[in-house]
Design a protein. Structure first.
Length: 340
């Protein structure tokens, strides 16, 4: 059967406009669908960047507060209570979802790996904050992230050889990270250099590499149909088990009774709310873009440090943070143009 239109030749039913056919106008195909698709991709990219940016601001404020709190309290107790609350919260939220993805053997392996690297990245971050200037810790984490993500993403998700611009940016940020090591080693950071500071930096480096792998594993689970709530519900078991081995069990009740408000604040401002924002962001954009937005975190953290009286603002730290942020913002703008 054929359909005759007022403009153009007869066309068969399979050629009708809508699904898989061409829209005829003077004999030429009109391209509205690609334009609409491009617009949706651009909006998706912008929204993803916004969610990750909100995560950066909120978590930066929470990390500075946590660094101050950990100087006078038991960090392991605060983290154990916070992550237990996080795990319970997201399990309850995930339980209300109607559709759940099946956990195949390959997905189970991803979840186990995610639990391991999540425990390393989070505990490394918070203990690093206890001994080192927060802006330095965050700078190390984000400096290593893009370089590691470029190659891990190509290897694990089989994305192929990364673009040359991504390689250049990741190497540049890693070079600035080396400058931050010099800042700390020469005593030009906001916190006095010592054995504990060295330990804090080592933890920050390990946490940065683990964070890069975490982002890719989360994206891999999204690719396999898991929701953000499902991923968050099952990614902290390893963290809780590790903290149970590190914490002084006799001090748990006393610590909670004395500092319950501070513990709740740390849990909400550095873990629960930021993670909700972060999951929504990484769902919409690629891991490398996420790391680029995360690279703005050091300068935000530096500004929040003015509220911590124990830290003397360091111009050297500020310069390093600004360099990382400038490279990251430039690359995010470039990727936004690509998505359009």
């Amino acid at each position: 059967m054929t359909f005759q239109t007022k403009r153009g030749p007869p066309r068969s039913k399979g050629e009708s406009s809508g699904t898989g056919g061409q829209a005829w106008s003077g004999g030429r195909a009109a391209p509205p669908r690609p334009q609409r698709t491009g617009g949706r991709l651009t909006r998706r990219f912008a929204l993803g960047v916004l969610f990750v940016a909100l995560y950066v601001v909120l978590s930066a404020a929470g990390e500075v507060y946590a660094a101050s709190y950990f100087q006078r309290a038991d960090a392991f107790v605060a983290l154990l209570v916070s992550f237990a609350a996080v795990c319970l919260t997201f399990n309850l939220l995930a339980g209300h979802e109607r559709e759940t993805a099946r956990v195949a053997k390959s997905a189970l392996l991803v979840f186990v790996s995610l639990n391991v690297v999540t425990a390393i990245s989070w505990i490394g971050l918070f203990i690093g904050l206890k001994y080192t200037e927060p802006a330095i810790v965050v700078a190390f984490m984000v400096a290593l992230g893009p370089a590691a993500t470029v190659w891990l993403n190509a290897l694990i998700r089989r994305q192929g050889v990364p673009p040359a611009s991504d390689i250049v940016v990741s190497v540049t940020i890693a070079a600035v990270g080396s400058y931050m090591i010099w800042i700390s080693a020469t005593g030009n950071a906001g916190v006095e250099w010592g054995a504990r500071s060295s330990f804090g930096i080592v933890l920050a480096i390990v946490a940065g590499l683990s964070l890069a792998l975490t982002n890719i594993l989360v994206k891999l689970l999204f690719d396999r149909g898991f929701s953000g709530r499902q991923v968050l519900a099952h990614r902290f078991y390893g963290t809780i088990l590790l903290l149970l081995g590190l914490v002084d069990h006799s001090s748990i009740v006393l610590e909670i009774s004395q500092h319950w408000l501070a513990i709740a604040t740390i849990g909400l401002s550095t873990i629960i709310v930021p993670l909700l924002l972060f999951q929504e962001g990484i769902r919409r954009v690629e891991p490398f873009t996420v790391n680029m937005v995360l690279s703005t975190a050091p300068v935000i953290t530096f500004l929040f440090q003015y509220f911590d009286s124990r830290i003397v603002p360091s111009p050297h730290t500020f310069v390093g943070n600004v360099l990382i942020t400038a490279v990251a913002v430039g690359n995010v703008c470039l990727q936004y143009r690509r998505s359009a």
